[in-house]
Design a protein around this ligand. Structure first.
Ligand SMILES: Cc1cc2nc3c(=O)[nH]c(=O)nc-3n(C[C@H](O)[C@H](O)[C@H](O)COP(=O)(O)O)c2cc1C
Length: 189
């Protein structure tokens, strides 16, 4: 098992002090999943930057089938709670979907989920760059989710992204720095 250098971990601990224009490598290693929020919402400007990052994601044939629902009303958040246990007291959640009606397809296979996943990753990293904490909550029951949010048949819910600020008593994230060595990931041919 490979662990990140101590400097990278320290950087996580100091993340509250970071600004909106971080070193790219610090964003990559510093972003981590946060699972307890203090109830504050990101500002309008932070939300705009996060959503813009999703807009600029690459998509197959540039079809841009990613659809992002910003859940912030009591009603919308309650709907998430109905279908997913991982809101962790976040008051703003992105529900990221891929619209298969708008997506490209490779020999009949829609790229909607791939495109939405890339957009979600962009937004996760942008959130960290903005000083906003996040966690990706995968959607295991897309049909139930579609039903609860009354989404059209073509819309594939991919993930929720909780957004906010870590609670002062958030438990330390012990899994983040645990990474396999590159050799487990990379094969040179
Ligand atoms: C496809 C996917 C589904 C995930 N689902 C959940 C989830 O339902 N609940 C949760 O707390 N974290 C979820 N996560 C977050 C992972 O557990 C987390 O990214 C992983 O443990 C690595 O930790 P890190 O994000 O701090 O680096 C999910 C992540 C991905 C990519």
């Amino acid at each position: 098992m490979f662990w990140l250098p101590a400097s990278a971990i320290c950087q996580n601990l100091e993340k509250r002090e970071r600004a909106g224009n971080m070193e790219f490598s610090s964003v990559i290693t510093g972003r981590e999943s946060i699972r307890k929020y203090d109830g504050r919402k990101p500002s309008g400007e932070q939300m705009e930057h996060i959503l813009e990052a999703g807009r600029w994601a690459p998509t197959a044939y540039n079809k841009q089938p990613q659809r992002v629902f910003v859940l912030e009303s009591e009603e919308a958040l309650a709907k998430m709670d109905q279908v997913h246990p991982c809101r962790y007291n976040a008051k703003v959640v992105l529900m990221v979907c891929g619209d298969s009606a708008a997506a490209a397809s490779y020999e009949g296979n829609s790229t909607a989920v791939i495109d939405a996943t890339i957009a979600a990753t962009h937004m996760l990293l942008a959130a960290y760059n903005e000083g906003v904490d996040s966690v990706w909550a995968g959607i295991h029951q897309p049909e139930e989710t579609r039903k609860v949010f009354q989404l059209p048949e073509s819309m594939i819910p991919v993930c929720f992204i909780d957004l906010g600020f870590r609670s002062a008593d958030t438990k330390e994230n012990l899994t983040h720095s645990k990474r396999n060595p590159l050799s487990a990931m990379v094969t040179r041919l």
